[in-house]
Design a protein around this ligand. Structure first.
Ligand code: FES
Ligand code: FES
Length: 156
């Protein structure tokens, strides 16, 4: 498969999860594993442009696919991408464990719906859990990344 534009190949067991392949074979450890049971969303990546919980997909199912992880969200010069920068600017993270998945889900949302309402952001994030409960700032960061005025949105 291709991960963030780099060709990565490996031999896996049938049971090897895509999240394991990304972290252990490709070394892209920005993809986090919080539950391994498709509940928390920390492992969210894009597979052929679609948002996927990578612990819920076998690596072999992504054979030949184009995969993007959080490492692929930075700009070409290594600086933070728009969504990443918005998370930093609006304090959209605390421990940071959920953040890679939040950013990947946000990217999928903004691709589908470039100017979502606050309610739409909250609905779209329903599969991503933040154990630090930093949701207000996460939502604010995503709204800001969409270019909308966030001055009236509550912060934590
Ligand atoms: S680690 Fe995949 S959803 Fe939690
Ligand atoms: S920032 Fe800690 S889990 Fe979300």
């Amino acid at each position: 498969m291709t991960i963030n534009g780099r060709s990565v190949s490996g031999t896996v067991e049938g049971r090897t999860l895509l999240s394991t392949f990304i972290r252990e074979t490709a070394g892209a450890t920005g993809t986090h594993v919080g539950c391994d049971t498709a509940q928390c969303g920390a492992c969210t990546v894009h597979v052929n442009g679609a948002s996927v919980k990578s612990c819920n997909m076998f690596a072999m199912e992504a054979d030949g696919a184009d995969v993007t992880t959080i490492e692929g969200m930075a700009n070409a010069d290594g600086s933070l991408g728009t969504i990443q920068q918005a998370f930093q600017d609006h304090h959209g993270l605390q421990c940071g464990f959920c953040t890679p998945g939040m950013v990947m889900t946000a990217a999928a949302l903004l691709k589908e719906n470039p100017t979502p309402t606050e309610g739409e952001v909250r609905e779209y994030l329903s599969g991503n859990l933040c154990r630090c409960t930093g949701y207000h700032n996460i939502v604010k960061a995503i709204m800001a990344a969409s270019g909308q005025d966030v001055s009236s949105i509550a912060a934590e």
